[in-house]
Design a protein around this ligand. Structure first.
Ligand SMILES: NC(=O)c1ccc[n+]([C@@H]2O[C@H](COP(=O)([O-])OP(=O)(O)OC[C@H]3O[C@@H](n4cnc5c(N)ncnc54)[C@H](O)[C@@H]3O)[C@@H](O)[C@H]2O)c1
Length: 554
């Protein structure tokens, strides 16, 4: 077994690791020392010559060189990481899965005192007040350390080592957790194979002894059933309510039937609803949770890529009416969101590819690393290729998108409509909504429609001089590569324009266009009708004039 020690500078990862390894006859590896040996220079010199980016690249190489975890039950290797090593999602993917990850933690003031006395030079703290710098690092990094087992690192060395040793019998400890964050809009956990442990933790936090698992047949077979069994093994009483699969779950009739089922099993206010499924299931179960007994806690276990990167976060719940989608709903924030990327392995490739329309949007909002990632790994993800799961590419996309959405929603929970707030998430959605309406939601998935909308937005933005041509080209080339928004649409541009005109009327005569800039978005209400019409004609014609992608009658 490998033990991995993570934590802030000054928590004693090297000293604890060395002692632990010696006591067990295990090998000890100090990641920083490995990086220095490979570079032939100390870390401050690497920072000076190559900047932090150069150092992080070397660090990632060193983590990858660790190879696969040792599955044997006896301790064979102790790995002490650098304080910032787990910031990189792929490093966490490599370090936390199959290894016992331990977080040495301690109060900022004690760590600062230790660092002041230390002879080791720390480039990230140079020239700053140690205590406030450590406190800032602690706040920023808690979510990446938190999936590891937390141990007090500021006790005497022997006591810290003994505390780590007590966990050696837990075999792989929490295993597979990649991110855990308490946020004002619910606890967010992301990981590989964490559904049961994450939900158990959430129920524990709610002091619940019974849970109402709401799912649909497909999500039940890929995730719900095993989750119910694991919770039952944990002593939780589980009731199950199955809704229809996909969008048909989002009707008032279904909600009424489900609520009557809750009445039958006498579900109480302290019995949380655990919603296991894609975005449609989550919207319906979330609405049920908002309405049942005027609101019970909900834990989301999203099982599609759309749900993990988007719909499970933000507290919007809704059902559809014959008059339109999402017309009846409520804001109801979840107690927790447990995104287990292992559940995505059964998702059809088309669903994965379509969700990447939303991921490209999140990248275009200003996440350069996400754009890079989609450029290198997007195709493999879109195809549902095994390596994209095995090397953590999908997990990283989930993490970057989900965290970005948390940040946007926390800043503007109720969508006040200000630039920089939740409205930014509407990038690409004016046209997407129009396409879906004209196609009557048939033959095209939401993320596919968003891809066309994104193309329209960058073209309008480029015409207005808002979107730099290189940015527009980058977004379009990425969509080309992913095969999104490429084909001609079997609808007339005039129909799109007419639908947008209706939206404009509803919005009081001002359609607010979210348009990409060099590194983010702006909101403009002054986009000329001719520009909109030209964009409509452009996206309907398709990037390559290929076969139609959506249309009525299908
Ligand atoms: N609330 C929000 O903020 C928000 C945001 C975006 C989208 N949405 C809503 O989300 C819905 C779309 O979500 P979606 O794309 O997840 O679609 P979906 O929920 O309809 O799921 C798509 C299909 O995947 C199946 N499925 C689910 N998990 C699976 C798995 N692990 N393996 C294999 N198949 C699986 C489902 O049975 C379904 O047939 C729409 O109703 C949309 O309005 C809501």
């Amino acid at each position: 077994m490998d033990v991995v020690l993570v934590g802030l500078p000054g928590t004693g990862k090297t000293a604890v690791g060395r002692r632990l390894a010696r006591q067990h006859g295990a090998a000890f590896l100090d990641l920083d020392a490995t990086i220095e040996a490979a570079a032939g220079r100390p870390i401050p010199a690497i920072f000076a010559d190559e900047g932090e980016a150069g150092f992080r690249a070397r660090e990632r190489t060193a983590v990858a060189a660790l190879g696969p975890p040792d599955p044997s039950p006896t301790l064979s290797r102790v790995i002490a990481t650098g304080g910032g090593t787990p910031i990189d999602a792929r490093n966490r993917w490599a370090l936390y899965r199959g290894r016992l990850a331990v977080w040495l933690d301690g109060p900022a003031e004690i760590l600062a005192t230790r660092l002041r006395r230390s002879r080791v030079s720390r480039p990230l703290l140079a020239g700053r007040d140690a205590e406030s710098a450590i406190a800032a690092l602690a706040a920023a990094r808690e979510r990446v350390y938190a999936p590891a087992l937390r141990v007090n690192g500021v006790a005497p060395l022997g006591a810290v080592v003994a505390a780590v040793e007590r966990h050696l019998d837990d075999a792989l400890g929490p295993g597979g957790g990649l991110l855990r964050a308490r946020t004002p809009i619910g606890t967010l956990e992301i990981g590989d194979g964490i559904a049961a442990a994450g939900v158990a933790r959430a129920l524990d936090g709610l002091a619940a002894r019974r849970a109402i698992l709401v799912s649909e047949p497909k999500a039940w077979s890929v995730a719900g059933e095993a989750l119910a069994a694991a919770l039952a093994r944990d002593g939780i009483a589980v009731e199950t309510v199955l809704l229809p699969r996909g969008e048909p779950a989002k009707t008032l009739r279904v909600i009424e039937r489900a609520a009557r089922e809750l009445a039958r099993v006498r579900a109480e206010r302290r019995d949380p609803i655990v919603a296991v499924g894609g975005g449609a299931l989550g919207d319906a179960a979330g609405f049920l949770a908002a309405a049942w007994l005027r609101g019970v806690p909900v834990v989301h276990v999203p099982t599609t890529l759309v749900a993990q990167i988007d719909s499970s976060i933000g507290g919007k719940t809704a059902v559809d009416l014959p008059e339109g989608k999402n017309l009846v709903g409520a804001f109801h924030q979840p107690a927790a969101i447990v995104a287990d990327v292992a559940t995505l392995r059964t998702l059809p490739a088309r669903q994965l590819r379509a969700a990447l329309g939303e991921a490209v949007k999140m990248g275009a909002l200003g996440d350069e690393r996400l754009l890079d990632l989609l450029e290198t790994d997007g195709r493999a993800i879109a195809a549902g290729a095994r390596p994209a799961f095995d090397d953590g590419a999908i997990a990283e996309v989930v993490e970057r998108c989900a965290w970005a959405k948390v940040e946007v929603v926390v800043a503007d929970e109720r969508e006040r409509g200000e630039a920089g707030g939740r409205i930014a998430l509407n990038l690409g959605h004016s046209f997407a909504h129009a396409i879906e309406t004209v196609a009557a939601y048939r033959g095209i998935l939401h993320g596919e429609a968003v891809a066309y909308g994104l193309r329209a937005a960058v073209r309008i933005g480029a015409e207005l001089g808002v979107t730099p041509p290189a940015r527009a080209e980058r977004v379009e080339a990425l969509l080309d590569d992913l095969g999104l928004g490429v084909r001609a649409l079997a609808i007339r541009p005039g129909e799109l324009v007419a639908t947008l005109a209706v939206d404009k009327k509803t919005a009081g005569g001002r359609l607010r266009w979210v348009l990409p800039t060099e590194s983010g978005v702006v909101v403009r209400s002054d986009v000329a009708d001719e520009l909109v019409a030209a964009a409509a004609a452009g996206i309907v014609a398709g990037r390559r004039g290929a076969t139609p992608d959506a249309g009525r009658g299908r």
